[in-house]
Design a protein around this ligand. Structure first.
Ligand code: PMP
Length: 438
């Protein structure tokens, strides 16, 4: 039996001093089955992580995407250790800044110039501001999650603290809803600065959606911006722009580029990027040039070029996604749960069954996974360290956990067999967006 004593004690302490306790990265604890899931992790090696009570898990979360090679990946750790010995932040750029920028220009089709920052939100927000400055227009049409900034959250149910005057300039649309995008252009003639979109979520583009976005932006002199924070260096070396073959004017990268070290990049067309140098435009970040993260990115991008990381993510991701769906069907749960999405990022979804809500069914499944050493919150983000043995073990665990769920549904006992709090609404459910959580 897993002990969670230290996890529980740490959460109690965290609740006293940290609002949204345990929310140290972009998601809070309610995506986990509280009381059953560990609350703090303290070590990672390859594809495995350890919680504060010493329990070991196969990690399918990959820190929500940044871990693309694996935890403590040797080439990255060595580069970081070497840089730490030389210092991390200087009063002038470190040479690694230009080297990493050149690497990105080399592999990302739309990237002619690159600016660094720290978080995904930094560069998505910078892209919106840059598009507004470059076009002299105000409206941003947007789909997908791009961070906590006003321009993004204004159009969601989580808009507390955002002035209506600011929020009124954000126009939301759903992925694949090209008619809505056309209507936004019609409603704001000559005032749409940019269409900002994740290139894909879980469901594939329909009816040449990305091509149509590209055409609409060209027709109306607006910029097309891809938020590649999740897809960059994961779907393909050149991101989803390369994967789908439709190029944006600007693209935002963060997660996979430095294998867990904090670094983000805004990249794109040189004439647009040069607006950053223009009169009155300001974009600045003290830590953007941190050489330790740049060393991590340099090593990560070098490994991504040299070994078939992206192919591995596709293979392992496909095995996990399809293996899940097959096992669910074999347990007679084909109508209750399936996995969908692209192999580098797929998600499972649940329906209510046996008198229990979808969230209760999902929670019982996740509980049984955790008990068997699989850290999974509903989204698979494979990394290069996931071995065939990890995948095989995970699928065995899925088989057992789905078996427990099927029996509980049969007995009308899903809620009874859940030892913790059911998972809360996902961020997407809370913001009213469709598709899997991220
Ligand atoms: N865009 C996408 C597609 C993301 O998944 C995220 C993070 N979940 C962000 C932007 C925001 O990145 P960050 O949390 O680093 O600000």
């Amino acid at each position: 039996d897993r002990s969670l004593d230290r996890s529980r004690a740490l959460l109690d302490r965290a609740r006293q001093v940290i609002p949204g306790a345990a929310q140290t990265n972009s998601k809070g604890p309610t995506r986990w089955v509280q009381g059953v899931a560990p609350t703090h992790l303290e070590r990672g090696q390859g594809s495995h992580v350890w919680d504060v009570d010493g329990n070991e898990y196969i990690d399918h979360v990959s820190s929500l995407g940044p871990i693309v090679l694996g935890h403590d990946y040797p080439a990255v750790t060595e580069a970081v250790e070497a840089q730490v010995g030389d210092g991390s932040l200087f009063s002038l750029p470190h040479p690694l800044q230009v080297e990493v920028a050149e690497r990105i220009v080399d592999v990302v089709p739309c990237a002619e110039m690159v600016r660094f920052a720290k978080n995904g939100n930094d560069v998505t927000t910078a892209a919106a501001k840059l598009a507004r400055a470059h076009t002299g227009r105000d409206v941003v049409a947007t789909q997908g999650y791009h961070g906590w900034g006003d321009v993004w959250m204004a159009a969601t149910a989580m808009d507390a603290g955002i002035p209506a005057a600011v929020g009124g300039l954000t126009e939301p649309f759903d992925y694949n809803d090209i008619e809505r995008v056309e209507a936004i252009f019609d409603d704001h003639p000559d005032d749409v600065a940019a269409v900002v979109t994740t290139p894909v979520n879980l469901d594939p583009p329909e009816d040449e959606f990305l091509t149509r976005l590209r055409e609409l932006c060209d027709e109306h002199d607006a910029l097309l911006v891809y938020d590649e924070v999740l897809t960059g260096f994961r779907f393909a070396l050149g991101g989803a722009g390369e994967f789908f073959g439709v190029q944006p004017d600007l693209a935002c990268f963060a997660k996979a580029m430095a294998n867990g070290y904090p670094l983000a990049a805004l990249a794109g067309r040189a004439d647009v990027m040069r607006t950053i140098d223009g009169e009155g435009f300001f974009f600045s970040s003290t830590y953007a040039g941190d050489a330790v993260s740049l060393a991590a990115a340099n090593a990560t991008l070098s490994v991504l070029r040299e070994v078939p990381v992206v192919e591995h993510l596709h293979e392992q991701g496909e095995a996990l996604r399809d293996g899940y769906t097959e096992r669910a069907a074999a347990h007679g749960l084909g109508k209750v749960t399936t996995a969908r999405g692209y192999a580098p990022r797929s998600a499972v979804s649940f329906e209510s069954a046996g008198g229990a809500s979808a969230r209760h069914c999902k929670s019982l499944f996740l509980q049984e996974c955790l008990d068997r050493g699989v850290l999974f919150a509903g989204t698979h983000l494979p990394n290069y360290s996931h071995t065939d043995a990890d995948v095989a073990r995970t699928l065995t665990v899925y088989d057992e956990a789905l078996g427990v769920l099927a029996a509980a549904i049969e007995d009308g006992a899903v809620t009874d067999r859940l030892r913790g709090e059911p998972v809360g609404a996902t961020l997407r459910e809370r913001t009213g967006e469709a598709g899997g959580d991220r």
